[in-house]
Design a protein around this ligand. Structure first.
Ligand code: GLU
Length: 490
């Protein structure tokens, strides 16, 4: 067990399967991944499932789905090969039992038979006396035999670490510098629970050591655990990894990030039309920057520039508008082919089979909408009219203050003109634009009112991609037939 930390960079993402993976967890994964990739090291996925009470079914699958979707591929993990598995803690009991036995044998840990109710009572009494509540060392000086007796009687037994009563423990956070903790403030914490499973502290240390983890990059909320881990490394005769704590993520109101702030789980983001590259770009900027003012980052930019100096030490603030803006930026930089494929995948999910998956048509439509959208989910509603015509409501077939009769006349004229235009070969959007502008001028109407009327008639909607191009793609005949439908409504 006493293996030396290898020189190779080996980092891990060690989520507990207690719910859907959230932004903070995925940011931790991203930074570990980027650090490994930059240094030619290994990125490992380890599932920390020793708290069975908090485990939520499906979480492991969702964590893996989230990592795969974001493109954060791991070299070792539950479903990937590796020499240090299993990568699920509940399958590694033997490693923890060995460590606990060593700690007990060396007198650095002891058993305790205080029941959870008694512990609660102890804390209540301490509060009443104005003391900070905590475990008071009840079994620290009792004999091992005495406690073995309790165990035989079937009492719930935990194992606690014998934390030195005085002194300090210090470590060098690779971003924050030296950090010092007063040991007298740390309770004799539990390392093995009554159900025989290790606590997070013990399992985390044993596994980081036996999986030869070189650097631990984890959220700031774990800083107070680090001195406990260092004690364990010391008592187990193991060399600790290096530590880097990542800044907290808050909502705009400076409270812990939650759904209230518009943050979703990664699985929800996946369903919501967000591009993985945009989300990765956004979470990279949560507490890190490449220090060159660049905000639009590719995977390669993140890897190439990733270093601990770029990490901030103050909390970062989640801003959903910025995420949505970045999504738009990434959509625009995507090539049309990829965007067409994504749209087709979405079309396949549509229950309505009147949809035509006409790639040819899509390849003309996609460039029209690409510049305007911020989410893949906005594509379908804005292009639906190309495939299915839903007649507009009577109320939106309007043009300034003109009467129905006047509108009918305008539309009839347009039908005639478009039919004439049909005789021309290779009709382009410029021909359509010229026709509509000339008509508008001759009628003495405001361009906005006139084009608005035509848009509403042809698309059935009040917003659409650019009108002239849309008519070109839709075709003159189809456009004429839609205008005629509207004339009949009037
Ligand atoms: N299982 C812990 C978590 O859920 C891991 C913390 C760590 O990286 O040490 O975040």
């Amino acid at each position: 067990m006493n293996k030396k930390i290898s020189q190779e960079v080996r980092v891990r993402f060690a989520p507990s399967p207690t719910g859907d993976p959230h932004l903070g967890a995925m940011r931790t994964a991203l930074f570990n991944w980027a650090f490994a990739r930059k240094n030619g090291g290994k990125f490992i996925l380890r599932i920390e499932d020793t708290d069975k009470k908090r485990q939520i079914e499906g979480s492991i699958e969702n964590i893996i789905e989230g990592l795969n979707w974001l493109g954060l591929n791991y070299d070792e993990g539950p479903d990937a090969r590796g020499d240090y598995g299993p990568y699920i803690q509940s399958q590694r009991k033997k490693h923890y039992v060995d460590a606990v036995n060593k700690l007990l044998d060396d007198g650095n840990a002891y058993m305790c038979d205080l029941s959870p109710e008694e512990l609660e009572k102890m804390k209540e009494d301490q509060k009443l006396q104005g003391k900070p509540p905590g475990y008071n060392g009840y079994s620290r000086n009792r004999s091992r035999e005495d406690l073995e007796e309790s165990k035989k009687k079937g009492l719930p037994i935990v194992v606690r670490l014998k934390v030195p009563l005085s002194g300090n423990i210090e470590f060098n956070d690779l971003r924050r510098g030296s950090m010092k903790f007063d040991l007298s403030k740390i309770d004799d914490f539990v390392i093995l629970k009554a159900d025989g499973l290790p606590t997070y502290h013990l399992a985390n240390v044993v596994d980081d050591s036996s999986m030869l983890i070189s650097h631990v990059l984890r959220g700031e909320e774990w800083i107070s655990s680090t001195p406990k881990h260092l004690l364990l490394y010391k008592f187990l005769g193991l060399e600790p990894p290096s530590f880097v704590h990542l800044p907290l993520i808050f909502g705009k109101d400076k409270t812990k990030l939650s759904k209230r702030h518009g943050a979703s789980s990664i699985i929800e983001y996946k369903k919501s039309g967000l591009l993985p590259e945009a989300l990765v770009n956004y979470i990279a900027l949560l507490g890190w920057s490449p220090r060159n003012d660049k905000e639009v980052l590719s995977y390669k930019d993140i890897i190439d520039n990733f270093d601990f100096q770029g990490l901030s030490v103050s909390p970062s603030i989640f801003d959903p508008e910025k995420l949505s803006w970045l999504n738009g930026v990434h959509i625009r930089s995507m090539d049309n082919e990829t965007l067409i494929k994504l749209t087709q995948n979405k079309l396949f999910e549509e229950p309505d089979d009147t949809y035509k998956l006409d790639s040819n048509k899509l390849s003309k439509i996609i460039p029209l909408v690409k510049e305007r959208i911020k989410s893949i989910d906005e594509i379908l509603p804005s292009i639906r009219f190309f495939f299915i015509y839903t007649k507009p409501k009577r109320s939106i077939i309007k043009c300034g203050s003109l009467s129905s009769e006047e509108i009918k006349e305008i539309l009839n004229k347009l039908v005639t003109d478009l039919t004439v235009l049909l005789k021309k070969n290779n009709i382009t959007h410029s021909d359509i634009e010229k026709l509509l502008r000339d008509n508008c001028e001759n009628l003495g109407l405001k361009l906005r009112d006139y084009l608005g009327l035509i848009r509403n008639c042809i698309t059935g909607a009040e917003v659409s991609p650019p009108l002239f191009e849309s008519i070109e793609v839709l075709g003159i005949e189809e456009s004429v037939s839609r205008i005629q439908d509207c004339i009949n409504i009037l």
